[in-house]
Design a protein around this ligand. Sequence first.
Ligand code: ZN
Length: 319
Amino acid sequence: MKKKLIVMLGIMLTITIGTTLVTAATRKKEERNENLTVVTSFYPMYILAKNLTEGTNTDVVNLTEYKTGCLHDYQLTTVDMKRLENADIFIMNGGGMENFIEDILGSYPDMPIINASKGIEFLTGEGHSHEEGNTNHQKGEPANHKNEEYNAHVWLNMNYYMKEIQNVQDGLIKLNPENARIYEANAKEYSNKIETLKNDLEATMDNVKEKKVVIFHDSFAYLAQELGLEVIHTVNLDGETALSAGDIREVIDEVKEKQVKVLFTEKQYSTSIAENIASESGAKVYVIDSLVTGDMDKDSYINGMKMNLEVLKQALLKE
Ligand SMILES: [Zn+2]
């Protein structure tokens, strides 16, 4: 009896010590923070980083809330700023999308930054005030966001998105060479998927008869660019100022005059202005996704683009 009790006590003691050791080990790991922490500026960068860092010990954290969407005129909150505390790498889209980058550099001057759009030739934004005579356009240079002269939504042209994948891959390898092979393999796999999608899209668009479109977010200018569509007008719902009745009237007149049949409006914004224009002009509203929000699934760019392809077919292919 006594012997049994001693054995049982011994077992209990072993379990207790074992548990304590595990807890200590876990705590130590947490203190060392062995995982690489990659902070991304907004949803498209989050999805890109998720794909490229898969299979490595990396925590990908999005700086802004997932529902934020495009970052036009976005001001960082104290909660956002706190997410940068443990960041090893910050990944941004560039082109003026992150107009708070100066704030980040002010607080974290040594933060390693990967600019995904490096080397991409931006379209210039529409509906923004341009400074006369400012011809200082340089490839891949972040915009002077006061003028917001660049259209930063490059991820919607899949050729450019693949360039962004390449840039992020190169940046990750440079900053964390021990995972180089994994980053390369991930980037290759992801790029191949995008390439397939791009080929699908471009093959479909070979049959397009209807080329004139009005867009309600200048992000679609990149999709139009890839598909060879003619953007008749960009109604900028991103801007700070609301559209006046006169502005809307102008668009209606233009749509009628140029016989535009297709209005591409944006999933992340209200469609009421587009519907108003449609009802007065006979054009039809189609909702496209700029892929700036989603369910955080790493395939959400691909899935969103596939849905866009279906909408594009409906809108642009005539029987
Ligand atoms: Zn936008």
